[in-house]
Design a protein around this ligand. Structure first.
Ligand SMILES: [Zn+2]
Length: 67
């Protein structure tokens, strides 16, 4: 599974959605409209799933968090 990421169109900063998606699933929903809350602009950005991208960044599921 890969992490679904978006990029803010105004600040060009990455927005992590906290969603894991298989590549096949991503293709299947590419035209699906979504709205993403952007913490940089403090508002919602609207687009479609194809505006996002998948990263293969590994996130250990049960790793203890650093304080
Ligand atoms: Zn933004």
């Amino acid at each position: 599974m890969a992490q679904l990421m978006f990029r803010c169109p105004y600040t060009n900063k990455p927005i992590r959605l906290g969603v894991e998606l298989a590549l096949e699933s991503f293709k299947a929903v590419a035209e699906y409209p979504i709205s993403v809350y952007c913490p940089y602009c403090n508002c919602q950005h609207h687009g479609s799933m194809s505006d996002g991208c998948l990263t293969e960044e590994q996130a250990p599921p049960l790793a203890p968090r650093e304080p």
